[in-house]
Design a protein around this ligand. Sequence first.
Ligand SMILES: Cc1cc2nc3c(=O)[nH]c(=O)nc-3n(C[C@H](O)[C@H](O)[C@H](O)COP(=O)(O)OP(=O)(O)OC[C@H]3O[C@@H](n4cnc5c(N)ncnc54)[C@H](O)[C@@H]3O)c2cc1C
Length: 357
Amino acid sequence: MIRPTPPSDHPLRIIGGGAAGLSLAIALARLDIKCEVIEASSYPRHKMCGEFLTGLDKETINTLGIEELVARSPHHHETAWFDKQGEIFRHSLPSPAYGISRHALDLALAKNARELGCIIHENTRWKAASDEPLDGTIIATGRRIIRSSRWLGIKAHFTNLETLSDLEMHLADNAYVGVCKVDDGAVTVCGLFDRQHAGQASGTPEQKLITAMRRCDLPALADRVATADFVTGSLNGISHVAFGMHQNSADSEKDKAIHFGDSFAIIPPFTGNGIAMALQSGVAAADIIADYATGKITWDEARLAARERLHELFNKRVAWANRLQPVLTSSLGKRSLRAISKTPLLPFNKLFKLTHG
Ligand SMILES: Cc1cc2nc3c(=O)[nH]c(=O)nc-3n(C[C@H](O)[C@H](O)[C@H](O)COP(=O)(O)OP(=O)(O)OC[C@H]3O[C@@H](n4cnc5c(N)ncnc54)[C@H](O)[C@@H]3O)c2cc1C
């Protein structure tokens, strides 16, 4: 049922209608707080992401109303990790993961938010005026651009691509690439590459991804992907992506907005936990934003309380994932992983828990 939005002295606007912004809009609407979402692009659209979702809990799925999408998406139970020499190890996942495209996920979230009375302005890019008060402004615009970062991401969908496990993870020096089936029957191939090694490639979009894999020493995977059919329009690329907690206590005094999703913290993508974090952040901190909207607390109080709650939820897993990522992208790290995986000592479940909260 759509209830009329009550006039509010404390209006809210969410900048960015991705996983984090839309989950917050839905969670607020369920608390009877309506807000506006300003989104630069339009739905549906492909987005940079490996689309392998781990750590998504039932409460978040139900609150966001995406049960049907989750039910019809591939459920993944196993992962296999490879390097240039072949398979390193294969392991069952402690809990099922889902292969859900951003094309389908963000469209479903936007539809649910609208049905609950949220207003979404598509094709509208927000730019802060220097003297603009930021009370009531929630920034969920995705990654912050860190020019010094060496990482770039490239993702595309393919059909007629045989997979070797539910989630394939291919490790190289200075890169890793994930491969998994998603909801529409396609296979997502998504890599994180050191831009100096991947370099600039010419040719069609899919050739750029295949060239990056070859340059980063993943020839077997590049050959397999080269024989598959590229899904037109599915290629996305981003550069200057850096991992860690982006909003810490040091910058919080001058930063008057509240940040959600990647704008708050980015976990390295090998965890497949970034989307779950974005979705969980909206659900977990909506009550604080609602208290501001109903005049129970000030914006500054809401800002600090939201930051504290999100830190508590995500700090540990992001720190662990940040420690592990350099191990996965170094020769020594891969050699050690190969050696330890031949013994019963590989602490897969323990590391999974540490990197998934
Ligand atoms: C290489 C790579 C692979 C990944 N693989 C996975 C994976 O397999 N599984 C997983 O769970 N996570 C993965 N992630 C992480 C995941 O994609 C992110 O954590 C997730 O997208 C964060 O959601 P978000 O809503 O914060 O940001 P986004 O999804 O980026 O959404 C931000 C939105 O804000 C909009 N926007 C931006 N600027 C403006 C503006 N000025 N005005 C209005 N709108 C604006 C954008 O159009 C966009 O819709 C991966 C990340 C990378 C880099």
